[in-house]
Every structure is written in structure tokens, then in C-alpha cells.
Design a protein around this ligand. Structure first.
Ligand SMILES: Nc1ncnc2c1ncn2[C@@H]1O[C@H](COP(=O)(O)OP(=O)(O)O)[C@@H](O)[C@H]1O
Ligand SMILES: [Mg+2]
Length: 614
């Protein structure tokens, strides 16, 4: 299974529900504001409703109290004028002319009075009978009634003689003649107790008493629940019976002078009303207002609160988007930087200017990158020294063989001084062996010293061959055979030879360490289809189980006992190959060994083609 370069970066498990900070901020702000505006709006509407209802109750009570007083004084004025008439026109000594004068005076004062009737006791039992009747022609002219119509006024309503007793001074009756004129009939007794005076009045002055309030419907009813005065004249003309109205019912029950009541009308609407009795008359003033109408401002307040809340929410939406962008965009840049670090590149730059905690985090992050880069450099060096140390025996061995040769040939040459040809041959061999020593030492020295990242053209096969020379002895003394299979046409690459050698040494030593009972390690090179240089380090060891294949490139991952493994070899190698724009992967089947594959882009086309796919 090939392991891609991105594998070492651990991927966190996706949480089930992902809510971004942006939405969390939005929800938090919206919820807080909604709660605040909601609670405030609810309280305001509640208080306002409470206050408004109290006000309406008071206003109703005041309206009916005022209207009943006004009605009482109006009736008192008319009654007084009738009594004055009675005093002058009905005294026993009054002549017909006196009576006419008195009537004229009365009609002069009462321009609303259409007709006056006088009922006097007659016969043995003193039954009250119509005695005299006068028509006010001037007043009648102002209406659409004819004198003949006035006779119809008493058609279906008799004069309520019985009602005029005790507490009651005046009785009002609705005697309108539909469809025309609203007429109210007022009856009172002559203070001497004999005659009864009946005056038919235009409805106008009573109307003025009840037609004051606009929102409130104020009207007067008699003791049977029939409308006497109403701002809407059709109610009066139509002699509307409102006795079914719960408020009127309560007023007619007659136990109290005045009261307030909330009730549901026949059409289902709730009303708030009040009633008051007009003193010394069988008359009630009623006022009522639909509760919805009374609380219209409350509804308006509620609607505006909702509108306000919506407005505030919209504003909060905009603000929170702005805020969260401010907050999350540096976080996103940090995340991108984290990913770069995850890929092993530590030269990060995070463009976060803010002076807040996120800015601090970004700066700390950049510092961390720098530190990591330094530490990586140190790791590289220490791994190299470790490899160098492990190869110390190899150096000794490699140098010891040619040295032995040099020494032997030098001794042989001394003995054969006379044989010029032999000496020349031995000197050539000495030179060859000495050059080999120099090569080995120079190579090791290069490897040990080099720490620069200088890139130069590297011959892959030569570099692998050098690595094989360095490894060979270390492997041989551990019973591991080293084989090389250098392919033809492997392209040269741009790179740092000592660093690449270190990678091959790391892989070779790992392979040897994996095969405690011995085996084979093969260093092979080839050119792949894409033209890359490929270096394969394979072994015949136990292989790497799939579950740890993904982890072996992580720093400090090791399966070796403490003191034997640092877990850094593969991670450092991975970093080096990556810096060469190449890939390092592993293919392994448990029990059948492991093959580490390095792919490096060729030098010539490096600038033209993208790096090989991971
Ligand atoms: N050729 C290989 N065969 C089997 N396992 C290997 C081989 N190469 C590496 N590993 C595993 O990868 C781990 C990490 O290797 P490395 O990073 O070099 O650290 P270390 O060698 O210090 O343990 C090793 O501990 C080993 O388990
Ligand atoms: Mg190792």
C-alpha cells in the first residue's frame, strides 16, 4: 500500500454537527437581543394594557356620571318651566286668555317643544283625561312633521300616570314617528298634584348630552330598555329596544346608582361599559366602548415592538456577520498556516495585524514555526550524527582494507627494490588503494560537515553507490547482504547529495534493524514513466503492518525499545525528500518485507513540469 506524503498529517474526526463560530455568534447575539426586546416589550405592553384599562374604566364612569348630571339638570329646567306654566295657566282663577299667554311664554322658552297636553282628573273617580292641547307651530315648522302627525304620537304609548309618583318627578318616553323625526315625550305632574303635563320634545337637546364622546358610545334608555337618546338618530327613530344588552340589563336591575362592567355582546365582541341612573327620572345613561377599540394603542405598541425587534435582529445580523468575519478570518489564516506546517514547511507568515488575543496567537504561531524550523535543523544534524556514529565501524573497516593493502605493497616494494617493474606496479597499487581511502574519507567528511541546503546537480546512481559503500560493512557485520541494482538512464536531479545519502542510510539502517536474523537489502534505481528518478530501498524483513504504516513518518514514532530508536529517522527523511520536491512512500506486505520508494523530479525539466503526484 503506497503511503502518500500527506499521510503523516493526522486528520481529526469530523464532529457530527459542525456549527461555525460565525453562526454561534449570530445565534448568541440574536437570542440575547430577542430575549431582551421580548421581555421589555412584554412588560411594556402588559403595563400599558393595565394602565389603559384602568383609564378606560375611569373615563367611562366619569362620562356617565357627567352625562347623568347634565341630563338631570336639563330635565329640571324643563320641569321648572312646565311648573311655571302650571302656576300661571292652570290656577283656578285663570282665564282662557291667561292660559294662552302662559302657553305662549312656555313655547317662547322651549323652542324644542312641539306640543303640550294637559291631562286633568274628570268624572266621579277622578280619572285623568286629556283636557287641553297646544301645538307649537314655530317648532313644528322646523321639522318635517305636520300637525296631523302629532295625533299619532300617543298611538301606541299611553301616558304613564302611575309612574309619576314618589321618587319619580319626570318620565321620558320615546314616541318617535318612524321613519321621520325623533320625538321624546316628557311627563310630569303639576306640583298641586292634580293635572299631569305632557310635553313632546325634539330629541336635539338630549342628543347634545350623549353625543360628546367620540370613541365611546353613550346613550340613554328608559326603564324598559328602550332608547331615549342616542348619537345615531336611527336608534331613536327606530325606538330600538336594547334591554338585551348585559350592561342595560344590569342598569335596569336597579340595585345601584352607578356601575361599570365588562361584557360580551351578542356579536362576540367584548365591551367595557358603565351606567348611571338619572336621579328622579326613570332614565339611565349608558356608555360603552369595544375593548379592542380601547386597547387599539396596545395592539399598536405590540406591533411596533415586534417591528422593532425585527429591526434590531436585522441590525444584529449585520453586526454579527461583520464581527464574526473580523474574528474568523484571522483564524482561517491561522488554519491555513497550520496546514503548511503540517506539510513540513516551517517558513510561515501569518498576516494578522490585530492586537488582541488572536493577534497574540498568530505571532506565537509564527514564533513556533521559526522554532520548529530550528529544531528540525538540529534534528537533521543529530540524526546524521547518529547515522555517522552507527557507520563508524564501517569507516574503520573500509579504510582498514586498503590501508592493509598499502602497507603490504609498501613492504613488498621495499623487498623488490631491484625489480623496477614490480616496484612500479606496487606503487600504482599503493596509489590506487590510497586514493580509495581518500575517497571514502572525503565522502564521510562531506556527509558529516554538509549542513547547507545548497542544491547542485546530483548523479543519482553515483550517490546511491556511495551510500552503498558507507552501508555495506554495517550491514555485513549484522549478517545482512547489501545488493545494488542501478538502472540505466536514471536522470540526474537537483539536490543536496549528503542529505539524500542520509535518507538512504536511514532507510538502509532501518531495514537492517528490522531483520535481526539477517536477510537482504537491495538499493535499486530506475526512471519511471513520468521521467522521475526513483530510488527503492527494499528488504526481506517482517514488513510493516498497515495500521502502523500511516504513523511511521510521524516524528518520535518508534516500535523500538527506549535507547534504541528515536523515531526521528523516517520523519527527517520525509522532510529531506519533501525539500527536494519529491515523495517518500512505503509499500509493504507483512511477512514479505518492505520497500521504501523515493521519487525525485529530474533536473532538466524541473522548472517545466510539476512535481510527481504524492
Ligand atoms: N524496513 C522496515 N521494516 C519494518 N519496520 C520498519 C522499517 N523501517 C521503519 N520501520 C518502522 O518504522 C519505525 C520508525 O522508524 P524511524 O523513524 O527510523 O525511527 P526508529 O528507527 O528510531 O524507530 C520503526 O520503529 C519501525 O517500527
Ligand atoms: Mg530509524
Amino acid at each position: 500500500m503506497p503511503v502518500s506524503a500527506a499521510m503523516p498529517v493526522a486528520t481529526a474526526a469530523e464532529p457530527r454537527l459542525r456549527i461555525s463560530i460565525r453562526y454561534k455568534i449570530l445565534v448568541a447575539i440574536a437570542a440575547t437581543l430577542l430575549l431582551a426586546v421580548g421581555a421589555y416589550g412584554y412588560l411594556a405592553v402588559e403595563l400599558y394594557t393595565h394602565d389603559k384599562l384602568a383609564y378606560i374604566y375611569d373615563a367611562n364612569a366619569a362620562t356617565v356620571a357627567g352625562a347623568s348630571e347634565e341630563a338631570a339638570s336639563l330635565l329640571a329646567v324643563i320641569t321648572k318651566e312646565l311648573h311655571l306654566f302650571a302656576r300661571d295657566g292652570l290656577r283656578p282663577s285663570a282665564s282662557a286668555k291667561d292660559r294662552n299667554n302662559a302657553v305662549r311664554d312656555l313655547f317662547g322658552l322651549e323652542s324644542d317643544m312641539l306640543r303640550l297636553e294637559i291631562y286633568a282628573p274628570s268624572g266621579k273617580n277622578g280619572e285623568l283625561r286629556l283636557d287641553d292641547s297646544y301645538v307649537n307651530k314655530v317648532a313644528l315648522e322646523a321639522t318635517e312633521l305636520a300637525a296631523a302627525d302629532l295625533r299619532l304620537l300617543r298611538k301606541d304609548k299611553s301616558v304613564p300616570f302611575e309612574a309619576l309618583s314618589g321618587e319619580v318627578d319626570v318620565v321620558l318616553q320615546n314616541s318617535s314617528l318612524p321613519p321621520g323625526t325623533a320625538v321624546v315625550t316628557l311627563s310630569c305632574r303639576n306640583p298641586n298634584g292634580k293635572e299631569v303635563l305632557v310635553a313632546d320634545l325634539k330629541h336635539d337637546r338630549l342628543l347634545r348630552v350623549v353625543a360628546k364622546a367620540r370613541m365611546h358610545e353613550t346613550y340613554m334608555v328608559d326603564d324598559k330598555g328602550e332608547i331615549i337618546a342616542h348619537p345615531d338618530a336611527t336608534y331613536v327613530v327606530g325606538r330600538r329596544d336594547v334591554s338585551a344588552n348585559p350592561l342595560v340589563k344590569e342598569a335596569l336591575r336597579g340595585s345601584v346608582q352607578q356601575g361599570v362592567k365588562e361584557f360580551v355582546a351578542k356579536n362576540g365582541a367584548t365591551f367595557i361599559g358603565a351606567f348611571a341612573r338619572v336621579p328622579r327620572a326613570r332614565l339611565f345613561v349608558i356608555t360603552q366602548i369595544p375593548k379592542a377599540e380601547a386597547l387599539r394603542a396596545t395592539v399598536e405598541l405590540r406591533n411596533r415592538t415586534v417591528l422593532f425587534a425585527v429591526g434590531v435582529l436585522c441590525a444584529a445580523f449585520v453586526v454579527s456577520i461583520f464581527l464574526s468575519r473580523l474574528l474568523t478570518s484571522p483564524i482561517r489564516r491561522l488554519r491555513a498556516a497550520t496546514e503548511i506546517i503540517g506539510q513540513g514547511r516551517f517558513d510561515i507568515e501569518v498576516d494578522v495585524q490585530s492586537r488582541d488575543e488572536i493577534g497574540d496567537l498568530a505571532r506565537a504561531f509564527v514564533r513556533m514555526g521559526t522554532t520548529l524550523r530550528d529544531v528540525q535543523g538540529q534534528l537533521l544534524q543529530s540524526e546524521k550524527m547518529a547515522a555517522f556514529g552507527q557507520l563508524g565501524a564501517g569507516i574503520t573497516h573500509e579504510v582498514k582494507n586498503p590501508m592493509t593493502g598499502i602497507v603490504s605493497f609498501a613492504q613488498l616494494a621495499q623487498r623488490k627494490l631491484d625489480d623496477k617493474d614490480k616496484v612500479l606496479e606496487f606503487l600504482k597499487l599503493i596509489e590506487k588503494e590510497a586514493l580509495r581511502c581518500r575517497d571514502i574519507l572525503v565522502n564521510f567528511l562531506k556527509f558529516a560537515r554538509a549542513s547547507t541546503h545548497d542544491m547542485e546537480k546530483v548523479d543519482v546512481n553515483g550517490m546511491v553507490d556511495n551510500s552503498a559503500n558507507m552501508l555495506r560493512h554495517q550491514l555485513n557485520i549484522n549478517n545482512v547482504q547489501l545488493l545494488t541494482a542501478l538502472g540505466a538512464g536514471v536522470p540526474a536531479i537537483m539536490g543536496n547529495a549528503p542529505e539524500l545519502q542520509q535518507v538512504i542510510l536511514n532507510l538502509g539502517i532501518n531495514a537492517q534493524q528490522a531483520m535481526s536474523t539477517g536477510g537482504k537489502v537491495t538499493l535499486a534505481t530506475e526512471k519511471d514513466a513520468a521521467g522521475n528518478a526513483v530510488i527503492k530501498v527494499s528488504d526481506t524483513g517482517p514488513g510493516i503492518p498497515p495500521e502502523i504504516q500511516a504513523k511511521i513518518f510521524e516524528p518520535f514514532f518508534t516500535t523500538k525499545p527506549p535507547g534504541q530508536g528515536t523515531g526521528l529517522g523516517l520523519s527527517v527523511s520525509f522532510g529531506i525528500v519533501k525539500a527536494h520536491k519529491g515523495t517518500l512512500g512505503v509499500e509493504s506486505v507483512v511477512g514479505k518485507g518492505a520497500t521504501f520508494v523515493i521519487k525525485l523530479p529530474p533536473a532538466e525539466v524541473e522548472r517545466k513540469t510539476p512535481p510527481p503526484p504524492a
